[in-house]
Design a protein around this ligand. Structure first.
Ligand SMILES: C[S@@+](CC[C@H](N)C(=O)[O-])C[C@H]1O[C@@H](n2cnc3c(N)ncnc32)[C@H](O)[C@@H]1O
Length: 147
């Protein structure tokens, strides 16, 4: 079995399903951003895909770190020189080869094509790639992964 072949090594193109509206349009620490409300505005034609989401409490938001245009394979976590250097895949750094972020956000409300959330650390204008209900059974609990 081979990990990669001609077809699977091709670049992958995603079309955003929507964009984040946030008061942060440049760098801010995640902790600070996650305290503030933000909105995920889906393209109107994606709105039918939100049916049923209003009963969920948390979503996993996959978004593109579109302002992080470069990456480091080795870095100080948190960009703090006091933290020992690690490989990027052992960190949550925004400077990664494929600039994809994954954040669990809390739903405040769902209205038409808009999800109001807290807990999202996406800058204003971040393209949203996917949204899934957060499920402890899929996302950790069943493997007894500690926090
Ligand atoms: C370290 S990343 C972590 C993102 C996500 N929680 C994760 O773990 O995948 C969070 C940082 O990325 C930055 N950020 C958010 N949206 C961005 C974007 N569109 N382009 C570049 N940086 C972004 C934020 O300012 C924040 O400091």
């Amino acid at each position: 079995m081979s990990a990669c072949n001609e077809a699977s090594a091709l670049p992958i193109t995603f079309t955003p399903i929507g964009w984040v509206e946030s008061e942060f349009s440049g760098y801010a620490p995640s902790d600070e951003m996650r305290q503030r409300p933000s909105r995920i505005v889906l393209r109107p034609e994606m709105a039918p895909g939100l049916m049923g989401l209003e009963v969920e409490r948390y979503i996993l938001v996959l978004f593109n770190l579109h302002r992080a245009t470069d990456y480091d394979l080795r870095l100080h976590p948190g960009h703090n020189p006091e933290n020992p250097i690690r490989g990027v895949f052992a960190t949550r750094s925004q400077y990664r080869p494929n600039a994809i972020a994954a954040t669990v956000a809390e739903i405040v409300s769902v209205e038409d094509n808009i999800i109001n959330v807290t807990g999202l650390d996406a800058q204003d204008g971040s393209p949203v790639l996917d949204i899934k209900p957060f499920r402890a059974s899929f996302d950790g609990e069943s493997q007894n992964i500690p926090n």
